[in-house]
Design a protein around this ligand. Sequence first.
Ligand code: FEO
Ligand code: CA
Ligand code: CA
Length: 637
Amino acid sequence: MNDLDDELVSNPQTTPSFGEIVDRRRRSLLAGAMAGIVSGIVPFGAFAAPAARRAGVVAMDFSAVAASSADEVRLPPGYVAQPLFAWGDPVGDGPAFKHDATNTAAEQALQAGMHHDGLHFFPLDGSSSHGLLCINHEYTDDGLLHAGGMSPWTAEKVAKAKAAHGVSIIEVRRTGDEWRIVRPSRFARRITADTPIAIAGPAAGSAGLRTVDDPLGRLVLGTLNNCAMGVNPWGTYLTCEENFNGYFKAGVLPTADEKRYGITARTAGYRWHEHDQRFDAERRPNEPNRFGWVVEIDPMRPDSFPVKRTALGRFKHEGAFVTLARDRRIVVYMGDDERFEYIYKFVSSRPYSKGETTGGLLDDGTLYVARFAESGGGRWLPLRHGLPGLTAANGFADQADVLIRTRQAADVVRATRMDRPEWIAVHPRTGEVYCALTNNAKRGSSEVPGLNAANRRPENLFGHIVRWREAGGNAAAESFSWEVFIECGDPSLANENLRGNIKGDLFASPDGLWFDRGGRLWIQTDVSTSVLGDRNHANFGNNQMLVADPDSGQVRRFLTGPRGCEVTGITATPDGKTLFVNIQHPGESPSERANPDQPTAISSWPGGQFPALGTGRPRSATIAIRHIGGGTIGEAG
Ligand code: FEO
Ligand code: CA
Ligand code: CA
């Protein structure tokens, strides 16, 4: 998460929020003399446990790692981390990284970008020792990216920052226990904030996407703030544009639509607009409409254009988590990661047929937004032009307009405002859907009308994980039942609101969620460096990765990261014996940008832990995790 956006609230509407609903549910059930069975936030009675969930506890046969503030990656005994792909490493046979940050923009465009986030392993020929990794590069710390940081700020530095965004595709191969990047590789590729990308789906070619550079509204340069991801059954990768607003500068009086997406005169912290007019929304008012989408990439076809799939809506996309409905329609779960924003899902019109090779299924379907009812039920509300409130008379010209202004459409149908939806994961056996709500310190603040101190977590400092079951176990259903799975916190804190109900190892600010094939729920944390280690967070240590048993709710810590990092992005080889994980922004300073004169003031990772890599400055990196006995990750101990 880029904390440049951490203070942002763009949704001032007054529909009941999730916090209010949780609290009302709790109160009504307490009033019903059920207090004796209420052990957590929300009673689970309305949430029938499926048979598969009663099957028992999943294996977690590793020793828990203690919370840590050390500047290194720590794992359970028997596990080894290998740094594989750090910021600046060439994707193919490109130029080597220079530790003094003097690589040029042109060189950066052939190297790993900064701030690794979501990733996925695509096996070649089904192999667990040879495949492609697609890796998102979410954003840049311009204090580390350039020699001298942002002073002076030049066109070359903007070009380098743009080249450090986007996605890397690398070919990797394992020999014995060691993974290596294959160089050269015909698959090796960088997609940056300048790469041509096609626009498809209902908004393609519409008036709101046309610009002077692209009068047809069908081709955009670049993808940016690529956060989490998704994978389609036909073998392509989805990369998701999250905090795109931070790249665009609006005028002194931003439009209502700009404000709804957090685009203002003061939010363009990356300062690209100073050297590239595309990012000056006063001059190019439609350019911001061309970001905030889900982008499909075919890693197996290095010459193919990425495609922005507009049917999936425009918002601060955390990820796009794909599953199949009973009738094999494609279902994509998506969170909009900002305080008081919504959870969405897309359902394709047509079922997926085996052998299908294109993303056309993602261009035709229905986008829904979630309303969590007080009863423990919920509805998926279609965002379809022509439905009440989503008409021309109400300011929505057509479906393209509904999609470009997805947030405004979701406001109209009175969706439920959430505490920052991050990753979403679908249990491989039960079909239950889990969503990390990372935190919301402004829940209950007077800044947002309609909230009050009676909400369950008026200051949700530590976040929680909610889960739901679709009606009939069908991912395409229009209704669901829900409960809170875990409320994060620290039972030693005096404030009851901050204690949570974690069973096992403590964590805060859940972000990455992922199920392995054994049904273990992996949780990655992103406590902001602005509060990491403060009074309330003292017992959590550095950001980390844990494993939860969805049946028992027990949580065990598997990994602790280096100082100032967040742990994000997780994928496994098909045999479950290698886990690839990203360590993002080690050494991030509470003031957001590193001091270019003291780049290692907070962290020297990975060089500090792996001296062969050198120690000029901290670098985000992909690590490969193996068990020394060659066992399945999480089961071998
Ligand atoms: Fe990019 Fe919401 O994390
Ligand atoms: Ca986050
Ligand atoms: Ca995230």
